[in-house]
Design a protein around this ligand. Structure first.
Ligand code: ATP
Length: 237
């Protein structure tokens, strides 16, 4: 008898700890993404209403909440398809396709090219958005732009972001030692930002909320260089 009580207690404890871990994991993944955080709050609200309507016996309201839940699941899957994919990728710790080894000399050359490009863009006040792919694949966003697959060269960035070219609108994505694309479109953030930040900075923060990438933004208005990662924008000094 007492053994079954102990077994039941252990079972309940494992159950609770597992739920706690799942919730903690989901919240820590969602907290940098306003869109998914709002969804999370919405789902929590509906669940609370569902529990209350069941407890209080409010049958009509309960029926309404049930319908919202049934259709809502389908709507969430459709609306949040990209986020769900990223979530599953993160859970499975899916890494990018096999990375090419880059020698130290080559890394140094790439750095010089990038520093040269970004400082020239800033000096000339040419607006730019350059994203570095990290562990999560950026392929969905590369597909929104024009594929380039070019070597990293300072002149290439100056050409891409020159206002006279159709490619200057949007973001350039770097995968390893290659410039994968130009003119990519990012979902902008919904965060409240200072009015001095427009669509370019919103796009940079937006992509950093849903991927682990790093984005460099050069402001056309001020020539300021900023970096967006993990849903945060930091100005360079
Ligand atoms: N969702 C987006 N994805 C990618 N690029 C975008 C997006 N929205 C805007 N851009 C880029 O930003 C440019 C407009 O920037 P805007 O002037 O509105 O932003 P800003 O944050 O005020 O930047 P700046 O300081 O350079 O003026 C567009 O021409 C386009 O190149």
């Amino acid at each position: 008898m007492s053994l079954s009580i102990v077994v039941n207690f252990i079972r309940s404890a494992i159950d609770l700890i597992a739920v706690w871990f799942i919730l903690y994991y989901l919240i820590s993944m969602f907290k940098t993404n306003m869109k998914t955080m709002q969804l999370f709050k919405g789902v929590l609200f509906i669940l609370i209403v569902k529990i209350l309507t069941s407890l209080l016996g409010l049958t009509t309201l309960n029926y309404l909440v049930d319908s919202i839940i049934n259709w809502g699941v389908l709507a969430i899957i459709i609306i949040f398809q990209p986020e769900i994919r990223i979530l599953l990728e993160k859970m499975g710790q899916t890494k990018m396709s096999v990375k090419k080894e880059i020698s130290n000399d080559e890394k140094e050359r790439l750095m010089d090219e990038l520093v040269d490009a970004i400082s020239t863009l800033a000096k000339e006040q040419t607006g730019a958005l350059i994203t570095f792919e990290r562990t999560q694949s950026m392929i969905d966003y590369i597909n929104t732009g024009t594929k380039i697959n070019a070597d990293i060269r300072s002149e290439l960035f100056l050409t891409i972001f020159w206002e006279g070219t159709p490619l200057h609108d949007g973001a350039t994505i770097i995968q390893g030692d290659r410039v994968a694309c130009a003119a990519a479109f990012y979902p902008p953030t919904n965060k409240e930002l200072s009015p001095k930040y427009g669509a370019r900075h919103r796009a940079a923060i937006g992509i950093s909320e849903i991927t682990d990438s790093l984005t460099v933004v050069v402001s056309e208005e001020t020539g300021t260089i900023s970096f967006a990662t993990n849903g945060e924008l930091k100005k360079s000094h």
